[in-house]
Design a protein around this ligand. Sequence first.
Ligand SMILES: NC(=O)c1ccc[n+]([C@@H]2O[C@H](COP(=O)([O-])OP(=O)(O)OC[C@H]3O[C@@H](n4cnc5c(N)ncnc54)[C@H](O)[C@@H]3O)[C@@H](O)[C@H]2O)c1
Length: 478
Amino acid sequence: MVIQKICCIGAGYVGGPTCSVMALKCPDIEITVVDLSKDRIAQWNSNEKLPIFEPGLMEIVQQCRGRNLFFSTDIVSAIRKADLIFISVNTPTKTFGMGKGRAADLKYVEGAARMIAENAEGNKIVVEKSTVPVRAAESIMNILKANNKPNSSYQILSNPEFLAEGTAVQDLLHADRVLIGGEETAEGQEAVRQLSWVYEHWIPSSKVVTMNTWSSELSKLAANAFLAQRISSINSLSAVCEATGADVSEVARAVGLDTRIGPKFLQASVGFGGSCFQKDILNLVYICECLNLPHVAAYWQQVIDMNEYQKSRFAEKVVSSLFNTVTDKRIAVLGFAFKKNTGDTRESPAIYVSTHLLAEGAHLHIYDPKVEPHQIVDDLNSSTMDPDIVNRNVVIHSDAYSATKNTHALIVCTEWDEFVTLDYEKIYADMMKPAYIFDGRKILDHDFLQNLGFHVQTIGKKMHRDVARAWGCQNHQM
Ligand SMILES: NC(=O)c1ccc[n+]([C@@H]2O[C@H](COP(=O)([O-])OP(=O)(O)OC[C@H]3O[C@@H](n4cnc5c(N)ncnc54)[C@H](O)[C@@H]3O)[C@@H](O)[C@H]2O)c1
């Protein structure tokens, strides 16, 4: 079999960019990305705005769409004609029942598998691209086999995706590695070869790593757990720095210069967010508990606990610095996405910080360059569970200057580049005094800001001058 047609079920943050880059690099393959959501598919077919923001993505979509890249809601036809089918649907944390709050909810994966079972004919390679628990491929195979038509056969592969939002296009074009797990049978190995051939259109074969299916599934969870662990490790030290006078940036630099450790993912911050780290570690913890490995489960749970601690420590620092009350104070929140260069807010620390401040009675003025206003409102509504608070106490702005005007404090929650180059002199002039900046991403020039008159607080560094000034200012207007 030579793969001529690919179907991808799920047109989200993974399915869309992955298939767009694949279509760009494999002009000999026709790729159809399908989704249950009509709105999402309409946006993928639009020239104005794609459903997700990723630098460089629109150009690739415009180049390939209608040539060998198609977005459609006709899932049945796409499954029927495909030689290879990616399952790239969401696998969120379960919100009810057994494993609630920890296990991955596989209902969307199961739904996709059932659609394949009902509609596929002939030989198909089915590829798990979604992040799933170890041995999920077995469940998919059970569904497919139980509904097997006489003239159909399947090979299941695991091919987890390692792209990071905000750099998805570059990550896909220049992947560190492509992982493919398959069965050790002759048919399984042939399917692995077929998928390798697709990637080898642009990825050097030395970077296409093959292994058994369960290793591949676990490697994805392990990779995310390791990345998040580094962030929690440096964040834990940021608390020590604040208590002692050490500077976490200096510590991170010293530690990262060791070639055995390396410098990446050692930036202390308000905490990690995103749809994957927390969900995948919780999933790993749940798997360990089910395997009766409580010590391993407890070990990885600490990575999540440390992240929660960091977010709450930061939010509490805002309140305590503002004279222990933010009731009726106006606070600007700059950045709502979980990281720069994406409009995704899933598990964003900004949601936690904003919710904490709203509960304390603050009025929030929020600005993010890429997050849609309705998304901010939806996130805060579901997190505060009180639409009245959001209606009354939240204003969404379309630029940083109007968001910060007349506020008592400004909080940087996302490391957008544009926040570094704002005119802070103007912002200072337009803010209430004393004016506070809480830099949750460590992107600003703190000395410069202090010289302008700001009281500056950040992560992992004691701001000596600010402590002195803050106490000296207790009688100022609040
Ligand atoms: N977002 C990331 O950065 C990232 C990175 C690597 C891996 N992953 C993993 O990839 C998977 C997908 O993540 P995502 O962020 O793209 O999710 P997403 O929520 O953005 O997209 C999933 C899409 O699947 C669609 N869908 C669900 N069931 C369907 C069905 N039966 N038929 C057709 N469409 C269906 C949904 O409508 C949705 O549009 C997850 O398992 C995730 O953990 C995500």
